[in-house]
Ligand binder design. Sequence first.
Ligand code: S3P
Length: 426
Amino acid sequence: MSGKTVVRGEISVPGDKSISHRAVMFAALATGVSRVRGFLHAADTLSTAGMMRALGARVDEVSHTELRIEGRGLRALAEPADVIDAGNSGTTIRIGSGILAAQPFLSVITGDRYLRRRPMGRVIEPLTRMGASILGRDGNRLPPLCIRGGALRGIRYEMPVASAQVKSSLLLAGLYADTPVTVVEPIRSRDHTERMLAAMGAGITRDGNAVTAAQCVRLDPLDMTVPGDLSSAAFFLVLAAVTPGSSLTVSAVGVNPFRTGILDVLRRMGADVRPVGERFEGGEPVADLVVRGAQLVATRVAPEEVPGLIDEVPILCVAAAFAAGRTEIRGAGELRVKESDRIASMVACLSSLGIPCGEYPDGLWVEGPATVRHPSGPCDSRGDHRVAMSMRILGAAAAVPVDVTDVDCIDTSFPGFQSLLDGLTR
Ligand code: S3P
């Protein structure tokens, strides 16, 4: 069975979450006033804005999606008067730790009940090696984190898993260290931090999978427009891709080459996906994405592809449910420590709709084309925004009511998701 809901037209999606986080963080560290347009106004990125305000930067909302940020400079942040709340946002706490580790004061940072279950040892361990003092629950593994920053030394760090958050955290700490910090990734991950810091005047150099940050005196302010978020666009790209006759354009989406794995996989499955009018905005490649639906076929996603589509695995599972054959995704063990255990969450949701699927320790399989059982038990998002949106898309594509619980979490990354979906499928 292919999807039943034909969608046509042109939409746009909110600003990129990763780039929005970085823009507000780095602008707060710059010397001077920054303007950021197209900012993602969502719970996660507002947590980062709150963190930078707590450190003394002035962050004003000129409009819903435009920020004016008065930077404090790299070395004039203020000790936060209270515990910093990162909410649900792993990017806030992990990249933020790299900044806090370099400050000559004490910071305590925590998050919601989901974030407090997510591993922080991956930043604590290398930042401690650089000279910071960081304590956390569960033997220095879980938030809240108590960070006493100070003078840092450079290290060369071979990352055990590809992670843009860990890489970014260490590069930021490297701006303060007495000798350069080099981070070596097993597989390259999104390079928004490198692009943005270099554009702000930091000394960032790359050699293959190794990236180095040198000590920095000042960062220039930003004047930029954040591109649309490919990870948000992906939900609608899949909605169109699974139904022959659908044709959808998502305008002005960021197509950073370390984020576009989902486009390659959808093409391999038989969808016609094209970037049109490629251009640069704020140092990032941007394009309008045009997708035409088809009866998809199953595919295998190999471990080396995973970092390039890490946040798109839940929606890829939905595409797989409509595709003929067994789709397998391996080398994706990192999904177990995202906002939820996304392997377990997706297998539980798909199973509750009668879709054949199963877990591997490091991935999952989905067999299509599936018939969605109806009526069926509720799908529990487990508080995970990407799981909740994926299941809503599945219901819309199959034209079957799917009851998804705990959908408030969608606001962490994509407020307006449901009205956009309703507008297209009405
Ligand atoms: C992000 C990196 C990825 C991604 C997350 C955002 C970033 O996490 O899953 O949604 O902005 O750097 P990891 O660094 O844990 O892979």
